[in-house]
Design a protein around this ligand. Structure first.
Ligand SMILES: *Cc1c(COP(=O)(O)O)cnc(C)c1O
Length: 325
């Protein structure tokens, strides 16, 4: 395994299912669509962060940490999964969340509370700054905090998606499947950067397209390339990545991060009503909405096989219930 050099704890239910989407494929008239179910990783309603946390929690335990600190938006799936992983390994968890406390505790925030995480509202203060402050306060009281960066996207967490790519390619080999393109949502970048490292290391030559949910393509490609190169070095793979190696589409940013628009709404309804699969407003709804738009514009050939990587978000879906139906 590409990640054998790192310590890892078991968290996610792996391998996640790789399934065809026959009804959607027929409805759209091609390309041949498949889905990789990382919404089924099993960590308190699943999602992609479970894969990253296998390496992050192992690192925290190796450093004798007693508390995980991480950050995100009020409806962060990453925060919720980190809270669940902390419980599973007997660690405390502090979540630094952007903005002010909302009037209602719904979706992921409800789950954060249920999982016993402490929540701190950062207002407008930069999240990294506030996390460092919280870590300092805990240290002063004799604790050993471990700070997980936004989205778990450092070289340690990103290694989870190098392993995920290895898992996917093994499933493809076993089932004699080949995907011309892989489409996934890209936020803090660890999912895409890790997949790209795994692809290069294992000789996958198809396209890996990240649909950006928040960042402009240009600065983001540089971030992704840096993260991919760092992650490869961490795994003792001699691979270098340039911004041009990363494929990012930023056409679907709409009203900005987490703002539900018609694109996401239609995508969520389509996936639910045609395939019975739940996707979320912030990440997978935007990415799948982008994919639907690209299909309608004729960006894919009829006979191409395209994989949509479902990265989760089920916990957040419920916070948007009023505006979805
Ligand atoms: C965090 C998240 C993503 C984005 O993954 P990154 O590694 O941060 O780019 C995509 N989908 C869901 C549901 C997420 O929670």
């Amino acid at each position: 395994m590409l990640t054998d050099k790192l310590t890892r704890v078991p968290i996610a239910h792996l391998p996640t299912p790789l399934e065809p989407l026959p009804r959607l494929t027929t409805k759209l008239g091609g390309p041949e669509l498949w889905i990789k179910r990382d919404d089924q990783t099993g960590l308190a309603t699943g999602g992609n962060k479970a894969r990253k946390l296998e390496f992050l929690v192992a690192d925290a335990l190796a450093q004798k940490a007693d508390t995980l600190i991480t950050c995100g938006a009020a409806q962060s799936n990453h925060a919720r999964q980190t809270a669940a992983a902390a419980v599973k390994f007997g660690l405390a968890c502090t979540l630094v969340l952007r903005g002010e406390e909302p009037p209602q505790t719904r979706g992921n925030l409800f789950l954060d509370r249920l999982l016993g995480a402490e929540t701190i509202w950062a207002g407008e203060q930069p999240l990294d700054e506030r996390m460092a402050q919280v870590a300092g306060e805990l240290q002063a009281r004799g604790h050993h905090p471990y700070v997980v960066p936004l989205g778990g996207s450092d070289r340690t967490g990103t290694s989870g998606y190098v392993a995920a790519m290895e898992e996917l390619l093994a499933q493809c080999a076993e089932r004699k499947l080949d995907f011309e393109q892989i489409v996934l949502p890209s936020g803090s970048g660890g999912t895409q950067a890790g997949a790209v490292v795994g692809a290069r290391a294992l000789g996958y030559t198809g396209r890996i397209l990240g649909i950006s949910v928040s960042a402009q393509a240009d600065p983001f490609r540089r971030v992704l390339a840096g993260l991919a190169t760092e992650t490869a070095a961490h795994l003792e793979l001699e691979l270098d990545f340039a911004p041009e190696d990363l494929d990012v589409n930023d056409d679907y940013l709409g009203g900005g991060y987490g703002v539900l628009g018609d694109l996401e709404r239609e995508a969520i309804h389509t996936m639910a009503s045609v395939e019975g699969v739940l996707i979320d407003p912030v990440y997978t709804g935007r990415a799948f909405g982008g994919l639907l738009d690209m299909i309608r514009r004729g960006d894919f050939r009829f006979e191409e096989r395209v994989l949509f990587w479902h990265t989760g978000g089920t916990g957040g879906l419920f916070a948007y219930a009023d505006t979805l139906i």
